[in-house]
Design a protein around this ligand. Structure first.
Ligand code: PBG
Length: 320
């Protein structure tokens, strides 16, 4: 109690601190120019044309945010997600432009086909209407290599398709991108909290769901197996997603793989809930967001992937 009586002492003995350098801001990039379309279910988050994405990334860098995670909304979708490895697509152009404008900001790209397929699934669909795991790997590899060619620092395979990390590692090495790291969405649950993202990225599956390849929310021991598989295949960083409902999993992964940087992804639905309550005046957004991000760090996450990265960085700067 003596340690809580003044802000000075509280600050002195605080065990967990937030640093914007550990924040990663997701950005949704699309074609066009001067486009800044707000996503209805995610106030403050936009689909951005490449020029606007560069502005957003520059602001992130100015505020000390560590990195951005890019998702693409392509000009063309088909059953095979064939535009995912197009060097002229929005993500590839955004990577080049952001690296040129703010070279020290880490640029991470999402590698998945769901934004690029017309059916919204993360890979190819076989004759039985199931995901063709093996068959989908080469297009994931081609997308990752194309992101590396554009200058991405890290690629982040998010489809949870078995073997995707190893296939991408081999593909990057063979193409001369041995220096590009892999941030694996090693532990990704089939979650209701991705709802708003699918509006943001236009990636809702037109039939079925992702429960055959994303994890069952009831499982935590399985998360350790998933992470071990990805580490064995060459994952440099690991991620748990969503974040708040899975803090026990964050802690277990950190304890099991203490030497791997670990990310926690505070996902679209988690962001939308806080925003909605704040808009109604039911929560103090600033306190709720900073408390949430602190809890992710306390649970063991090193990197925080959050749509609130810019706001949180500004609030932390105000407090300093
Ligand atoms: C798949 C992907 C998803 C998210 C990140 N990468 C959607 C999904 O698996 O359905 C969700 C992120 C969020 O909800 O903020 N490319």
């Amino acid at each position: 109690m003596r340690l809580r009586t003044s802000e000075g002492v509280r600050r002195l003995v605080r065990e967990t601190r937030l640093d914007p350098a550990a924040f990663v801001l997701p950005l949704f990039v699309r074609g066009g120019e001067g486009v800044r379309d707000e996503i209805a279910s995610m106030p403050g988050v936009f689909q951005l044309s490449v020029d606007e994405a560069v502005r957003e990334a520059s602001e992130a860098a100015r505020l000390g945010v560590g990195g951005v995670l890019l998702f693409g909304i392509p000009g063309h979708k088909d059953a095979e997600g064939s535009s995912a490895d197009d060097d002229g697509e929005a993500v590839q152009r955004a990577v080049r432009a952001i690296k040129e404008a703010v070279p020290d900001l880490a640029v991470v790209t999402d590698v998945c086909l769901c934004e690029y397929t017309d059916h919204g699934h993360c890979g190819f669909i076989d004759g039985h209407g199931d995901l063709d795991l093996e068959g989908s790997l080469p297009q994931h590899v081609a997308a990752a290599v194309s992101h590396a060619r554009a200058g991405a620092d890290l690629v982040a395979p998010s489809s949870m398709i078995d073997g995707v990390v190893g296939a991408i590692r081999d593909g990057l090495d063979a193409a001369g991108y041995g220096h590009v790291g892999i941030l694996s969405y090693a532990v990704k649950y089939a979650s209701a909290f991705y709802g708003p993202f699918r509006d943001a990225a236009d990636s809702a599956p037109v039939f079925g769901d992702r429960r055959t390849h994303q994890m069952d929310p009831g499982n935590a021991r399985e998360a350790l197996r998933e992470a071990a598989l990805d580490v064995a295949q060459g994952a440099d960083l690991l991620m748990v997603k969503p974040a708040v409902a899975y803090l026990d999993v964050v802690r277990r992964i950190k304890d099991a793989f203490p030497d791997r940087p670990l990310g926690a992804y505070h996902v679209s639905g988690e962001y939308a809930m806080l925003k909605a309550a704040a808009e109604k005046g039911w929560l103090d957004e600033r306190r709720a967001v900073l408390e949430t991000l602190t809890s992710l760090r306390r649970a063991g996450a090193d990197l925080l992937i959050t749509y609130s990265a810019l706001d949180a960085a500004r609030w932390l700067a105000d407090e300093a």
